[in-house]
Design a protein around this ligand. Structure first.
Ligand SMILES: [Ca+2]
Length: 473
């Protein structure tokens, strides 16, 4: 049951259902004896699975995140809950899937029923913000005594599309969802510029020339200093590496001549290292403040890359192919997660909520359906997960992309994508074909039928909203 290899992962999938009871009990008693860890949850925006050096990118340098991986566990088969921003962020905050939440596209998205010219199906209806009725991970941790700080991009308070009806956008920001403080979090999908002052109403003293990732690092360090004597939960949700593609001059110069596999756009590569540099300062501050040993650090991304070289993965942000949803995911938890280890069990954004609940020793949820599952047993190499599949639902059109509306299931090494325009499926063996080149739906019809039925059952149980027929003929 050790979480080290793909072979082990398949074993986990087969026997995980029987094994959890004992390990969960053991885990709880251990928590009762351990002081509550600080939690630093670092999210990158639009950072792809192949964008980091420790993920195999030979041309991009990310020494700080590489070091973080060497000090903790790197998940090779980690997924964003959605191929775009807002639904993944909602899933992280609630532990519920975008399908169940009814938040399936980036805010503000299109009006319900929207279909690009010639499309066969129109979009499912889609909520454009995270309603206050949801109990968030920040609210749970705050109630348990954590100091809670939000710094960066929120993108869960968008109000456009709900004009004229309450609530106000300002009433949907992080401070109304469990965070004591908020710097940067409002309805912005991305800054107009990373260097110039912009109208983010939560940053009132921006200085010309300041690089936003560095500023967010400064604010994170200040938050940790202020709360160093009590457990804290810091959500550092970077705006980088979302466009516009802007990086410090020295990094732009460094990458200007760099060409080859791993770099599609040089300014983007420079920006990835710019993010790494800023995150490195936050990690260094944890050392300086002597907090690192009792701090759980998680680094991941909200969806696949738009501007990176995603090879060998197929697709980009906005697609249900691996390039749209598979993301880097690193966890450093001294004394709990083995340094330099990797894990190939598929995990997904919705797992963060129950993971943090367990890590903090907070009482488990009652009366709430959680779609995620705690990955603490994987971190401790003490067992597998109960579930045998993870699911995706994207019944919307991404901006600037001609994606097909679909849903997907990953079960073991296989992945099936269902399309709503022609009602057909694609089936891939990711174990042999990570690039999703060989569709096996015709070759393995029985497997395809069974996985399709399982996916459809899950959609029904989740109350997923389905695409409509296109409005135009
Ligand atoms: Ca994003």
């Amino acid at each position: 049951m050790r979480c080290v290899s793909r072979r082990t992962f398949c074993k986990d999938m087969a026997v995980g259902g029987v094994a959890l009871g004992v390990s969960a009990l053991r885990a709880l008693s251990k928590e009762a004896l351990t002081a509550r860890p600080n939690i630093v949850l670092i999210l990158a925006d639009d950072l792809g699975w192949m964008d980091l050096h420790c993920q195999g990118n030979q041309l991009v340098e990310t020494p700080n995140l590489d070091r973080l991986a060497s000090q903790g566990m790197r998940f090779t088969d980690a997924y964003a809950a959605a191929p775009v921003c807002t639904p993944t962020r909602a899933a992280i905050m609630t532990g519920q899937s975008p399908a169940r939440l009814g938040i399936t596209n980036h805010a503000p998205g299109h009006p319900a029923g929207f279909a690009p010219p010639g499309a066969a199906v129109g979009e499912a209806d889609n909520d454009k913000y995270l309603a206050l009725r949801h109990v968030t991970i920040a609210e749970r941790l705050k109630a348990a005594g954590y100091a809670t700080g939000f710094i960066g991009k929120w993108h869960l308070s968008c109000r456009r599309g709900h004009r004229g009806t309450p609530p106000l956008e300002t009433d949907l920001r992080p401070r109304r969802q469990g965070f004591d403080s908020n710097i940067g979090g409002c309805d912005y999908g991305g800054p107009p510029s990373y260097f110039d002052p912009y109208k983010n109403p939560t940053i009132t003293d921006r200085r010309v020339g300041e690089y936003l990732p560095e500023r967010l690092a400064d604010e994170s360090i200040a938050f940790m200093k202020t709360h160093r004597d009590r457990p804290f939960f810091l959500a550092l949700w970077n705006y980088a590496v979302h466009y516009p593609r802007q990086a410090p001059a020295d990094l732009l110069a460094k990458y200007r001549k760099r060409k080859g596999r791993g770099i599609k756009i040089q300014a983007y590569a420079a920006m990835v290292e710019g993010l790494d540099r800023a995150v490195g300062r936050v990690l260094k501050a944890l050392d300086t403040l002597r907090l690192a040993d009792n701090t759980l650090v998680i680094f991941t991304s909200d969806n696949g890359s738009l501007d990176g070289d995603n090879r060998p993965l197929r697709g980009v942000k906005g697609y249900l192919y691996e390039g749209g949803i598979r993301v880097p995911w690193i966890v450093r938890w001294p004394g709990e997660a083995k340094p330099g280890s990797t894990c190939a069990t598929p995990i997904i954004s919705t797992d963060l909520y129950p993971t943090l609940i367990q890590a903090a020793g907070v009482a488990p949820e009652t009366g709430k359906v959680l779609d995620g599952e705690s990955i603490v047993p994987l971190l401790r190499q003490a067992g597998g997960l109960r579930r045998d599949a993870i699911y995706f639902h994207y019944p919307n059109y991404a901006f600037h992309k001609r994606n097909r509306l679909g849903s997907a299931i990953r079960e073991g090494r296989f992945k099936l994508i269902k399309h709503y325009d022609d009602n057909l499926v694609e089936l891939y063996d990711l174990g042999k074909d990570i690039g999703e080149r060989r569709d096996l739906a015709d070759k393995l019809p029985e497997k395809a039928r069974r996985m399709r039925e399982k996916l459809e059952r899950w959609l029904e149980q989740s109350g997923a909203k389905l695409p409509r027929r296109a409005l135009q003929t």
